[in-house]
Design a protein around this ligand. Sequence first.
Ligand code: FAD
Length: 287
Amino acid sequence: MHPASFGYHAPRSLVEAFGLLREHGEDAKVLAGGHSLLPAMKLRLTQPEVLVDLRHVSGLSGIRVDGDTLVIGALTTHTEVSTAEAVRRSLPGLADTASVIGDLQVRNRGTMGGSVAHADPAADLPVTLTALDASFVLTSSEGERTVAADEFFVDFFTTALEPHEILTAIRIPLPPSPARTSYAKLPHPASGYVVVSAAAALSVDDAGACTAARVVLGGVAGTPHRATAAEAALTGQELTPEVMTAAAAQAADGIDPHADSYADEDYKRHMAVVYARRAIEAAAARA
Ligand SMILES: Cc1cc2nc3c(=O)[nH]c(=O)nc-3n(C[C@H](O)[C@H](O)[C@H](O)COP(=O)(O)OP(=O)(O)OC[C@H]3O[C@@H](n4cnc5c(N)ncnc54)[C@H](O)[C@@H]3O)c2cc1C
């Protein structure tokens, strides 16, 4: 399969990239790792006239701590995220998430920014980044704005990104130690993409009570789904097995999952509860 013909630009700076996006408007698409865009182009699901390759723009990859925030450059690969000491230590649930994306080849080329911008409802990172209350730095020739994950993911394959904007970085608040974050995934047996997944981020005080909880489901809606009833059932409670099971039982409240050839609605609803429980228990165990 071959894509339709397209023009290719490899700018050396963001300023140059912004100029190209302005010049070509909606006919242009940014290229990062190419592991979602190029297959879609080969299937002619998308036919951009121009690709703006970000790989030679400096300053868009790498992981650094900025005060109480972890900043991950948009071009940072899944492998870099899954193996970085700062991520493994502070946000182990994020490292776990990046480590179960596709296969080694995909993880070596695919980028966090590409996954987030693509907003596939069967992707892994949007789920965990929503649980971690991440925000996304969207940059254009007009400046910079930061959008929280809860507002960034709008619908299937749709985000708050405007065509002239580039996602330059992902900012994640660092939780107090120990970091109780986790990710649990039911992968499709053929594609490896998410059938249903769950991410949890829990804060626990010295007395053992859960002071804040974010529980997010993947694969059950067009965007990552906050399981707010489960979150409320955890908050203020000691994380006993009974409390966690009862909270997870509410994870599927209010979801209306789309069926596909592999999983129908009832199966997804059931798996949402199972994987929410696994994620909550794994996060709580990370003392
Ligand atoms: C065989 C295979 C298996 C896979 N398995 C999984 C899996 O199990 N789980 C999973 O989550 N993903 C999976 N993926 C997808 C993979 O994670 C991709 O790497 C990711 O979805 C897109 O990242 P990318 O860097 O390749 O982006 P690209 O393909 O280059 O771009 C994707 C889209 O995002 C836009 N974009 C990219 N970067 C930016 C930016 N910085 N600013 C603005 N827009 C941008 C592009 O214009 C394009 O529309 C798989 C892919 C393959 C080929």
